[in-house]
Every structure is written in structure tokens, then in C-alpha cells.
Design a protein around this ligand. Structure first.
Ligand code: SF4
Length: 198
């Protein structure tokens, strides 16, 4: 049976899709079979009704945030994000999307305004300080353009009062990390260095 919501350390996550516009060489789903004991490959993408019903059936005691983050890129399911995040806010949860930052490319339009109606924060994987390395390792179907678009997406979300964090994984080395921090600083958003999941 598909796992469409899952609880890790007091945060409830929503697993929306297997689809992704990247094929990152470091992608966790190519290296590990589960996250926190949850096998997140979906047989079928859940509807907003499926997810809201699932959340209503769960013990939400102690849960204060709902995060859209699974095996794929959640912004492929923008309509579902909006419906579920609106419900989450109505029951007092903070809302976050963990994303590769290519949602506007995927939708073919700027989605930052849509997200601003129901999402408190976005965490965007920056991964590298330049488009060439980003594309070399993340292999976006949009090519090097994806790197520039993700920075534009971060900027637009920030301008729409969404709390934005750009993140990198620590394996890229100190020099890259510092350059990436400068990119985050230059657009006025937060920055986080994540440990590699082994
Ligand atoms: S963006 Fe995330 S889900 Fe997509 S391939 Fe890269 S690491 Fe995997």
C-alpha cells in the first residue's frame, strides 16, 4: 500500500509523486530503499482528498508542520499542494515545500504567487554555485537553464513573503559551500548545509 503521509521526528511529510525533472547522481532514491523506514515509491499519485483523509485518520498530537517532500519533485502536483496546504493551515500546521526549485519551469509559469497563498516556507536544493556543475550532477531535463530558474524561483518566493532556504549537501567542499552561501546572501534568503545521507 502506498505511503502518502509519514511522520519523522514530529513532522508530517506528504509524498506526492515519483516524478522529478532532475536525475541527480546523488539522489537518495537511487542509493537507499527507504527514508526513515518508509518505502516511498508510489504505485499511484494520491489526490488531495486521499491525503486529507489520511491526515484526518492520523494521530496529529505534537505535529506542528506539514512538509511536501517525498521520492519525487512535489511541485508537479501544484494543485494538490495548494488544497492540502490550505487544509493544513486550517488545523494550525505550518507548511513547507522541499523542492528542486524548478516548479515554475514545470508549470510553464511563475508559481510563487500560488504557493504564497498557503505555504510558509520553501527549502530549495541549490547543490552547486554554478550552472555547469549543477547540470553535470543534477542532470535537469531543462539543462543549465534550471540553475538560473531555481535562483529566480527562490527570489520570487522571497519577494512573496515565503520564508526561503537554499540548501547544499556538505560533500561539495568548503569553497563551493561558501560560494553557495554568497548566492543565498545576495538574494536575501537563508542558507543550510545538509549532511549527506549514507
Ligand atoms: S531533485 Fe531530489 S528527487 Fe529529484 S533526482 Fe535530485 S535528489 Fe532525486
Amino acid at each position: 500500500m502506498d505511503i502518502i503521509t509519514y511522520n519523522i521526528e514530529g513532522t508530517m511529510y506528504v509524498n506526492l509523486t515519483n516524478r522529478c525533472s532532475n536525475a541527480c547522481t546523488f539522489c537518495e532514491r537511487t542509493r537507499v530503499s527507504n527514508i526513515g523506514g518508509y518505502d516511498l515509491w508510489l504505485e499511484k499519485e494520491p489526490t488531495a482528498i486521499d491525503i486529507i483523509s489520511d491526515l484526518k485518520s492520523k494521530d496529529m498530537d505534537g505535529i506542528n508542520a506539514l512538509v511536501f517532500c517525498g521520492w519525487g519533485e512535489p511541485t508537479y502536483r501544484l494543485d494538490v499542494i495548494i488544497e492540502v496546504a490550505t487544509f493544513a493551515r486550517s488545523i494550525g500546521l505550518a507548511t513547507r515545500v522541499n523542492t528542486n526549485g524548478q516548479g515554475s519551469l514545470i508549470a510553464g509559469r511563475d508559481i510563487s504567487h500560488d504557493l504564497a497563498t498557503c505555504i510558509d516556507s520553501v527549502s530549495i536544493s541549490l547543490n552547486y554555485n554554478n550552472a555547469y556543475d549543477y547540470q553535470r550532477v543534477c542532470i535537469s531535463e531543462y539543462g543549465e537553464r534550471a540553475f538560473y530558474e531555481l535562483i529566480d524561483f527562490a527570489t520570487r518566493c522571497h519577494n512573496n513573503n515565503i520564508d526561503v532556504t537554499l540548501s547544499v549537501v556538505d560533500i561539495i567542499g568548503e569553497e563551493q559551500v561558501n560560494d553557495c552561501r554568497k548566492i543565498a546572501d545576495s538574494i536575501g534568503v537563508s542558507f543550510r548545509v545538509r549532511p549527506e545521507i549514507k
